[in-house]
Design a protein around this ligand. Structure first.
Ligand SMILES: Nc1ncnc2c1ncn2[C@@H]1O[C@H](COP(=O)(O)OP(=O)(O)O)[C@@H](O)[C@H]1O
Ligand SMILES: [Mg+2]
Length: 224
């Protein structure tokens, strides 16, 4: 489903991704770990077509991501789910409205939006908070809202960059469990994080990056 082949990215003379090669099958859960500066965010950005690369290729389904035109990138992004570290919730919209927004923009019917948004709020444990505004939410609740929003259009693939942000260990563990549940429902999940609680809760495939290179790639792994 995803093929990353010899991906290299330089900032000036410095290689921040150095000949990165791996594949991800549909239905996998992959954690990309490594210290700050290892290249995790750069790799995720390359995967969502938000960063040019200097060598190599990235294929996601039939998309040759590094070659996509601006309009094709938009089409590709509509088919994946993305969760950023800083949530990017709309402050003047409720939880329900934040999650429903992408479906409204896509022109779905009111009935469909109601049904699908409620489904995703249930999955992420946010039903009771549907009328709350972002400022009335805890960090963990905001994060779950961001995940619900990323899932509302039922993407086959979910990308998350440091989704634990500043969450405490209990919230990080809860988030790991939620991502695992989403993965069990059939979504391929790729998480870039340096948070050990989340990786050790999930215990799936772990790729360790160090100075832009893959140091290890292990199944059912933890992060120490
Ligand atoms: N726009 C940029 N210009 C120059 N260097 C950058 C830029 N973005 C990231 N870097 C550098 O690339 C390296 C990898 O960064 P990043 O992918 O953010 O790592 P991580 O997410 O693992 O912490 C770091 O050394 C960082 O300073
Ligand atoms: Mg990062």
């Amino acid at each position: 489903m995803i093929t990353i082949d010899g991906v290299t990215k330089k900032y000036g003379q410095k290689k921040v991704l150095d000949d990165v090669t791996f594949t991800v099958e549909g239905g996998e859960f992959l954690s990309i770990v490594g210290p700050s500066g290892a290249g995790k965010t750069t790799l995720l950005h390359a995967l969502i077509g938000a960063e040019d690369i200097d060598a190599g290729g990235i294929n996601v389904d039939h998309y040759e991501v590094e070659k996509l035109s601006h309009s094709k990138v938009q089409e590709y992004r509509r088919r994946i789910g993305i969760v950023f570290q800083d949530f990017k919730l709309l402050p003047q919209k409720t939880v329900f409205e934040n999650v429903a927004f992408a479906l409204e923009v896509a022109g779905h019917s009111k009935g469909f939006i109601q049904k699908r948004t409620t489904e995703v709020l249930k999955l992420t444990g946010l039903e009771e908070l549907r009328r709350h505004f972002p400022r009335q939410l805890s960090g963990g609740e905001k994060q779950r809202t961001a995940i619900a929003r990323a899932l509302v259009h039922a993407p086959e693939l979910l990308f998350a960059d440091e989704p634990t942000g500043n969450l405490d260990p209990d919230n990080a563990i809860a988030l790991g469990k939620l991502l695992l549940k989403i993965n069990k429902h059939g979504t391929t999940v790729i998480v870039a994080t340096h948070n050990k609680d989340i990786v050790n809760t999930v215990k799936q495939r772990v790729i360790t990056l160090d100075k832009g290179r893959i140091k290890s790639d292990k199944k059912n792994s933890t992060y120490k």
